[in-house]
Design a protein around this ligand. Sequence first.
Ligand code: XMP
Length: 510
Amino acid sequence: MTYQQILIIDFGGQYNQLIARRVRECGVYCEILPYKKATVEEVRRRAPAGIIFTGGPASVYLETSPHIDGEIFGLGIPILGICYGAQLMAYTLGGRVATAPKSEYGKTATEFEDSVMFKDVPKKGITWMSHTDYIAEPPKGFKITSHTAVCPVAAMENDERKLYAVQFHPEVNHTEHGTDMIKNFLVSACSCSCDWSMGSYAETAINSIREKVGDGKVLLALSGGVDSSVLAALLAKAVGSQLTAIFVDHGFMRKNEGDEVEAAFKDWDINFVRVNAADRFLARLEGISDPETKRKRIGEEFIKVFEDEARKIGRVDFLAQGTIYPDIIESGAGDAAVIKSHHNVGGLPEHVDFKEIIEPLRLLFKDEVRALGNTLGLSPKLVYRPPFPGPGLAIRIIGEITREKLEILRDADAIFREELEKDGIARNINQYFAVLTNNRSVGVMGDGRTYDYTLALRAVTTTDFMTADFAEIPYPLLGRIAARIVGEVKGINRVVYDVTTKPPATIEWE
Ligand code: XMP
């Protein structure tokens, strides 16, 4: 089965992934392509149902700015230009783009005319603007379909040629009816049927894995995180006992998580190997306080443990990796295409003999990975748990790691998460966890003096984990959590809440 596809041409804007997510939320499959690769031949080869030009940081009339071959407008494929993409469409087709007398940034009152893009959208509303240039005059054949107090062409379209442009960002939540506008483009202009779903995606993915793997052997390093767990489930459905999943339990997982991962997989028809390697990892980390050294050693040890186990199996054909879309999206900005590669646990094994790497999740966003896990029947507890860094609790214990500190943190962290989840507030928080600081302070418990650790609680809201806000947890709830932790966890006599944003702080403490 092939899907209708929307091609998103990336000019380096900050909301590009968001555009892709919105399109997929509308039930249409899409991929992002850096503008430098978006040649007319490539676009023809892909034959998308429609194209979206993203925003970008530049001015269209600078020589160094990203441009596009004008031929693309003549392919008969509907195109929606957003922000820089809108200006680029106007500029390339002979309209006039200029520096706006006044930049618009943020929520902006906007008026709309009858048009394909704004079908069933109220005539007045709020859009999210972020621009210093604007379209001063649309190209010939275009009609203006929206304006604001300072932006004469907040949207334009040439319905005959199926070309549409919006100066604002419909993909940003602050734009009222933004998703409806995108859907109008997808349905009315591109004739998309909006029937792409995780169920059909899973079926296609399973079939293509089977085709590729044949009767070969597949090896997976299961870290216990959401991505590798979902990948294990997908591979299990696709190739069953041809899969060996080696679950390296480094001993730094949250409370009961290692057992939950084992419980999720041990009855499946795959070769599931759990290696309880906590002793090895702790030995490698003895006396180590520096965060980067911790990360490095954990990464190295992970590979070593994995290799030791993999050697017992001998040659395999495929090594499966849980790479997901945000890890590989190339940025269209700048001269060199930057590829973000985030290997959770320290890169590739050197001493495992395999033919090829497969990355079946490479086109999915994190929330889609979760939806896929759900579709494949993994327990919601495993699929929807908050994100966890590869090195686990090891980078949530400041300073040297000991068994005792791990126990303390595990129990305190479990209480924090349990209370947030019970309250319901956890649904609105993107990451939440406890940090065991290296600080001890004086307290009083019963009639006695204590000299115990300070625990820090961290909870943030974020969309991309590049910037984050601290979550506004109500004081009474924080108070209850602190009381439970100092009451139930021996070794902690003080609890503090971290109220810094990222930047300047990071989300994790190490
Ligand atoms: P920071 O602390 O840099 O974290 O604001 C941003 C996001 O990345 C996660 N993180 C890691 N994930 N290995 C990982 O797999 C790591 O070493 C690592 N360090 C941070 C962090 O949990 C947050 O979601």
